[in-house]
Design a binder for this molecule. Structure first.
Ligand code: GSH
Length: 200
């Protein structure tokens, strides 16, 4: 298998961190988003959406979309468990992961692209303001849900950590952040970013 990715871009980054937390030995290849390589014929043949990540399977097929890629890898490599150990734990993990993507990763990514886009997109202050409002509304609940846990859910990493880390890293790299009052998320980020899986 081979993962096509670009470091720091949030969606490929969450999958890369997931792969590393699993300890899966996988080939990787850069597709340089800053050079527009995602719109090359070569990449569009892998993913007509022209985006990352893409996982090339051993049979040559391509799988796109971060969540299905991570779910697929979870099924192929169940140990260590990153998406819950029983039906309810899996549902709770997926529930929290969706909240983190919708409430933190997506708003931070859209704020970055509306204010300081590494892809050179034009500034869109009205989008930045709307996404900031979404972030301010979602982040305190996520902060409370993490509480004093070492990981987003309990004592071991999960897909939630991968998504949260990728969102915060991208925001930090390009000047978008969550409120200072979200002290649990800030503490979690300082600790999680020490892990080998997050060294890009
Ligand atoms: N829903 C997709 C989103 C993929 C996506 O938007 N990837 C971004 C990088 S974070 C991308 O490739 N952007 C390239 C572009 O917009 O030209 C997923 O979850 O994987």
């Amino acid at each position: 298998m081979k993962l096509y990715y670009f470091p720091v871009a949030p969606n490929p980054t969450r999958v890369l961190v997931f792969v590393r937390e699993k300890g899966i030995d996988i080939d990787t290849e850069f597709v340089d988003l800053r050079k527009g390589e995602q719109t090359s014929d070569e990449h569009l043949a892998r993913n007509p959406q022209g985006s990352l990540p893409v996982l090339q399977l051993d049979n040559g097929e391509y799988l796109t979309e971060s969540l299905p890629i991570m779910e697929y890898l979870e099924e192929l490599y169940p140990d260590p468990v990153l998406i819950g150990t029983d039906p309810l734990a899996r549902a709770r993990t997926r529930e929290f992961e969706r909240q983190v993507e919708v409430g933190i990763l997506n708003p931070l990514a859209r704020i970055v692209h509306a204010t300081n886009s590494p892809l050179g997109l034009p500034a869109r202050p009205e989008i930045a303001a709307a996404e900031n409002a979404r972030l301010l509304s979602a982040a305190p609940g996520i902060d409370a849900r993490i509480g004093s846990s070492p990981f987003a859910i309990g004592d071991s990493p999960s897909v939630v950590d991968c998504t949260l880390f990728a969102g915060l890293l991208f925001g930090e790299a390009f000047g978008a952040t969550i409120p200072d009052e979200c002290t649990n998320i800030h503490r979690w980020y300082r600790e999680f970013r020490k892990r080998p899986s997050t060294q890009l």
